[in-house]
Ligand binder design. Structure first.
Ligand SMILES: Cc1ncc(C[n+]2csc(CCOP(=O)(O)OP(=O)(O)O)c2C)c(N)n1
Length: 344
């Protein structure tokens, strides 16, 4: 079978594109900083996992940073987000404190969920990060419910729901698309099509090359973007959010991207991790955006090198602080649960 599934543009072929006219220089530079910060923190996560500091598993979003940063850049603080186990980027971009996130990954008492959620179950409703979720597609109908509640509140809030190509094969995905369109919910479906569901390439699991097409069957607006181009992602999200706030209903945005070398930091190897790394680096969203900022005269290489260094230092500090945090005490198993306390 021929692989007709489109991929992000290779760095060597990419041209910077035009500078967005509706965004000032500070915001353009902030987006680079944000992508670099997520990358640096994720690299610490991978290293901390390898050293046994993160129980369970963890799913890096390295190489997919343009998706959370580009989409959340156009959201309001009171908009809401639901993401997957590969959701550290969304959590950070939505405003989660990185130390509280890292402490959660290390299941420490100071974690954002007091160490009870771990890497795959982050939640901080006060910043609009409703949840990340380990069940593939399980959060998609939940996002439909959150969007229905937002619609009923009538404050113009929008909900963004992130998921992968594998999730787009689940029945819940189709059911939610149908009801979201029927009820014109203020919901943006953001599919990070990174070409793989664990070990299964999309060409062996998807009947059609483009996931965005599935929205057409429900009469829903949809777009395909190069998910490694933060500017293109933000522009598509801007259109979707405008539509949602205007009461015109949901949009499905398919962001074509490339996965980190393995499904998770726990998975052994995979097909060829070195080849996967080369593929990812060839379409790196950070390098791509760096070129654009330099071409537009918004920043120079020296300034961007300084950002890279600043976030490396910050990420190391984040990790060190999380490592110093205590583990939850045994009494905490009786806290934050619906079941009654210990037998007396
Ligand atoms: C309902 C359900 N089925 C299977 C799994 C096991 N599983 C975990 S991640 C994953 C792959 C999902 O791939 P995709 O949606 O493309 O997201 P990606 O991991 O590539 O970001 C699977 C099958 C699960 N967690 N939940």
């Amino acid at each position: 079978m021929t692989d007709t599934h489109t991929l992000p543009v290779l760095l060597e072929l990419s041209v910077p594109g035009s500078r967005p006219t509706d965004v000032d220089d500070d915001e353009l530079r902030r987006r680079y900083h944000e992508m670099a910060r997520i990358r640096a923190i994720e690299e610490e996560v991978v290293d901390a996992f390898a050293k046994g500091l993160i129980p369970g598993s963890t799913h890096p979003s390295i190489g997919q940073e343009a998706i959370p940063v580009g989409t959340i850049a156009v959201l309001r603080p009171d908009d809401q987000v639901l993401a997957t186990y590969r959701g550290h980027g969304e959590a950070l971009a939505k405003g989660m404190d990185p130390v509280a996130m890292m402490a959660e990954l290390m299941t420490r008492e100071t974690g954002v969920c007091k160490g009870k959620g771990g890497s795959m179950h982050l939640s901080e409703p006060s910043i609009g990060l409703v949840s990340t979720n380990a069940i593939v597609a399980g959060h998609i109908p939940m996002a439909g419910g959150v969007a229905l509640a937002a619609q009923r509140r009538g404050r113009g809030q929008v909900v963004a729901c992130y998921f992968g190509d594998g999730a787009a094969c689940e029945g819940e995905f189709f059911e939610t698309l149908n009801m979201a369109q029927l009820w014109r919910l203020p919901l943006v479906f953001v599919c990070a099509n990174n070409g793989f569901a664990i070990s299964v390439p999309t060409r062996l699991s998807q009947a059609t090359p483009d996931i965005a097409d599935r929205a057409t069957g429900f009469g829903m607006a949809n777009e395909i973007v190069d998910g490694n181009d933060v500017t293109a992602v933000a522009a598509a999200m801007g259109r979707a959010v405008e539509r949602a706030r205007a009461g015109e209903g949901p949009t499905l945005i398919e962001c074509k991207t490339v996965r980190w070398e393995r499904h998770s930091a726990f998975s052994a190897g995979g097909n060829d991790p070195a080849e996967a790394r080369r593929r990812r680096e060839a379409v790196d969203p950070l390098q791509r955006y760096r070129r654009a900022l330099v071409a537009w005269g918004v920043a120079d290489d020296a300034a961007l090198d300084a950002v890279d260094e600043e976030v490396r230092v910050l990420a190391a500090e984040v990790r060190a602080e999380a490592e110093r945090a205590p583990a939850p005490g045994p009494q905490s198993i009786w806290e934050d649960v619906f079941a009654p306390g210990p037998p007396r």
